[in-house]
Design a protein around this ligand. Structure first.
Ligand code: 13P
Length: 385
């Protein structure tokens, strides 16, 4: 069967960016989800990972809150306990299945300390064909960029990651998947919100230019950036949601063309409550000013899961229904924030105030056991891209 046309992919992107809906990022690699499960005393087995994801995918009301769910390749092939494939469970709820297609971060040769590029391009085309056959409609590729005043992201990191993201996006579109382009700027460090804003502008602008040069149809992709926030170790008082909203919208307006269907923010180590309140403020401000050409929504991982994991890991399966209810409440709260209508107490406040799964440096230094780290990605393949 011929892959979908760009118009068909654009329709999928528009549906993913439907007003008031967002994405659940449940695509943690086996290692990353394992670390989180083990923290809660749960063994990192395929069955425990499956059971945890089933809980998320069967939470009440997810069809009203999520347009799509991003999965890890293992999960894409797994089934609910009644034997129904997860892809079908989601489809019945009106939710599209997506797939993380990158193979993780590797040190960037020639970059500053801790800078990375992302692996997976060499095998991407064949992998995409398989994921489409398994029912995936969209894909995600994460680039991670360090921010450090005057040093990071380096020009090299910006360029290499932008070109990798563009190459990934082109391959996905040719295979029939809507690409989510994720240039994540890491919030770790003492940088100010201004430094973060400048870094965001530079990184996103480079991505957009690379997408354009590579012939990627912008209306058939989604952008997944970080909100413009100060570093976790910044000494200034925490910015109010209204300040985060103003800074974020300023950057997005400067560099994201209106053709892009949706800007689906990651939670990136903010607490669940911060992520929701900041997203809500972004949408309130965009509405008030009456000018935002794209949908402004969420593609949260930790922001939709920290409290759920906390409840579930304490005593599965006896607290499964409580954990499922929390997953539903977080989904609903963020859907409200995507409409700029969140009000009242945040669901996480009841069971896990300030819950965050923030992990310092979600870069190669902690994501990958250095002993098992693959060799640096050949910066190579990109030269002619
Ligand atoms: P967080 O919301 O936990 O940052 O994760 C989103 C994601 O998918 C990062 O790639």
């Amino acid at each position: 069967m011929a892959p979908p046309s760009i118009d068909e992919l654009a329709a999928v992107a528009a549906a993913l960016a439907a007003p008031g809906k967002g994405l659940l990022a449940s695509d943690e690699s086996t290692g990353t989800i394992g670390k989180r499960l083990e923290k809660g005393g749960i063994e990192n087995t395929a069955e425990n990972r499956r059971a945890y994801r089933e809980l998320l995918y069967t939470a009440p009301g997810i069809g009203g809150a999520f347009s799509g769910v991003i999965m890890f390749k293992e999960t894409l092939g797994q089934c609910a306990s009644d034997g129904t494939p997860f892809v079908e469970v989601l489809r019945r709820a009106g939710v599209m299945a997506g797939i993380k297609v990158d193979e993780g971060l590797v040190p960037l040769e020639g970059g500053e300390e801790g800078e990375t590029s992302t692996r997976g391009l060499e095998t991407l085309e064949a992998a995409c064909r398989q994921y489409v056959a398994q029912g995936a409609r969209f894909a995600k590729w994460r680039a991670a960029l360090r921010v450090e005043e005057g040093r990071c992201p380096s020009d090299l990191a910006v360029k290499v990651n932008a070109e990798q993201l563009a190459e990934y996006a082109a391959i996905c579109q040719a295979a029939g998947l809507v690409p989510i382009v994720e240039p994540e700027l890491l919030i770790d460090g003492p940088h100010s919100a201004e430094t973060f804003a400048a870094a965001s502008e530079k990184a996103i602008a480079a991505c957009v230019a690379a997408l354009w040069r590579r012939g990627v149809a912008l209306e058939a992709c989604l952008l997944k950036p970080q909100m413009v926030v100060q570093g976790t170790e910044c000494s200034a008082p925490r910015a109010a949601p209204e300040q985060v909203a103003a800074a974020t919208l300023r950057v997005m307006r400067r560099v994201v063309p209106p053709a892009v269907a949706g800007i689906m923010f990651l939670s990136g180590g903010q607490t669940e409550e911060e992520a929701t309140r900041n997203l809500d403020a972004i949408n309130k401000l965009a509405k008030e000013e009456g000018r935002a050409p794209w949908s402004l929504s969420f593609s949260f991982g930790r922001g939709l899961q920290a409290s759920v994991l906390k409840i579930w890991s304490n005593a599965p399966p006896s607290r499964a229904s409580e954990a499922r209810a929390m997953a539903g409440a977080l989904a609903e709260a963020n859907a409200a924030a995507a409409r700029g209508e969140f009000a009242g107490r945040h669901p996480s406040v009841t069971s896990a105030p300030g819950a965050t799964l923030h992990e310092t440096w979600r870069g190669w230094r902690t994501d990958v056991d250095p002993a098992a780290a693959p060799p640096p990605a050949p910066a190579l393949a990109l030269a002619g891209v």
